[in-house]
Design a protein around this ligand. Structure first.
Ligand SMILES: Nc1ncnc2c1ncn2[C@@H]1O[C@H](COP(=O)(O)OP(=O)(O)OP(=O)(O)O)[C@@H](O)[C@H]1O
Ligand SMILES: [Mg+2]
Length: 350
């Protein structure tokens, strides 16, 4: 009977990110990776028909919708800010998942990722949303722990392993030893803040107004945390804030570096505080084991070098930083029955 149960069991891992939602199915690995965006009809406040205006399609609409529609993100800083939207988005993703996997996924057990620091109300909202999407039971794992498992860090050994997961809404920083976090925090500065800083910089220094998607594109094209051997440049189009007409400007990687200095220094400060709050014995380990960076924002040019220079510790970027969290969750699904006591559930939360 046990093997039958194993065959029919439908466990899902959902890395519910501010920018991207990535889902793994037990035994199948990662099967869905979509932007966490929903397009809505403005008047009815209902999701666009057909379930197609969710994810990639909805993301293309961000900042470009006519008056009758809006494209919105149900999460901010890693937590759900619009429960109804989040539920609609997850239901659409589940539908897509059923089509892709040809599994019925009826009443699955769901492991969901969450920031280290969140309020009891935010946690309850997360459990409720997951259960309203049809989960028989929901379990929670911190993004940092999942990313550390996904990056292959030996977190259960009596040695310090440090992870820094740089996402879109938050930077999750944690030091693990003997299976648990010994020092950890959610730093409320991440990829989105770099985009905002770039848009602000252009407004202040070039009198040019650009949207956040354009600021993000500039970051991807020419952004860097340290001086480059060959500096980059790019043309950007925006609105002249004085004349009110469209205008172009040439921006260099040096400009961008100046723009993102402040948010990057706040991330460095968050890492420093996490290390300072750790026992000296474990800090000594870190000199050997270093820090592993995960999350898409870890791909910013030279970020590893900046952190190495400022913290004096070896910093390494995971080979596939964007998927470390969901890979860790996929490993958790493979050991679900053995490990499930370690995950937070709604009952134990009470
Ligand atoms: N090559 C790159 N260089 C710099 N930043 C990048 C690059 N690729 C993606 N990003 C940034 O990474 C962020 C998205 O990262 P990720 O998908 O890990 O976030 P998330 O998991 O959805 O968010 P969170 O975990 O904070 O809730 C965005 O801010 C994006 O601009
Ligand atoms: Mg993330």
């Amino acid at each position: 009977m046990l093997w039958l149960g194993r065959f029919f069991r439908q466990d899902l891992g959902i890395d519910l990110g501010t920018a991207n939602t990535v889902i793994a199915v037990a035994g199948m690995g990662v099967v869905l990776n979509e932007p966490s965006v929903v397009a809505l009809e403005k008047d009815s406040k209902r999701r666009l028909v057909g379930g197609s205006a969710v994810g990639k399609l909805a993301r293309q609409m961000l900042g470009k919708t006519p008056q009758s529609m809006s494209a919105a993100k149900p999460l901010s800083r890693g937590v759900i800010t619009d429960y109804r939207l989040c539920e609609a988005m997850l239901l659409a993703f589940m539908k897509k998942l059923r089509r892709q996997t040809r599994r019925s996924l009826i009443r699955p057990r769901v492991l969901v990722s969450a920031p280290i620091e969140m309020t009891a109300v935010e946690r309850r909202a997360l459990f409720n949303t997951i259960e309203r999407c049809g989960a028989s039971r929901s379990y929670l794992i911190s993004k940092a722990k999942a990313a550390a498992i996904g990056a292959g860090l030996p977190i259960s050994e009596p040695v310090a392993s440090m992870i820094c997961d740089l996402g879109s809404g938050t930077t999750e920083i944690a030091i693990f030893s003997l299976g648990d976090a010994v020092s950890s925090r959610t730093c409320p500065v991440a990829g989105d803040d770099l985009d905002r800083a770039i848009a602000d910089y252009l407004k202040k220094n070039y009198a040019l107004r650009i949207g956040l998607p354009t600021a993000e594109q500039l970051k991807l094209d020419i952004g860097s945390a340290v001086p480059l051997s060959q500096e980059l440049s790019s043309e950007v189009r925006g609105l002249d804030i004085i004349s009110g007409v469209p205008r172009r400007a040439f921006i260099t990687s040096e400009d961008l570096r100046e723009a993102i200095t402040e948010p990057l220094s706040r991330i460095v400060a968050g890492i420093r505080e996490t290390i300072e709050a750790c026992q000296p014995e474990l800090v000594a380990d870190l000199a050997e084991t270093g820090i592993v960076l995960t999350g898409c924002a870890a791909r910013l040019r030279g970020l590893d070098q900046l952190l190495t220079d400022q913290l004096g510790i070896v910093v390494r970027i995971d080979d596939e930083p964007e998927s470390a969290t969901v890979r860790g969750m996929s490993i958790c699904l493979d050991h679900f029955d053995e490990w499930k006591q370690q995950f937070l559930t709604d009952l134990r939360d009470a």
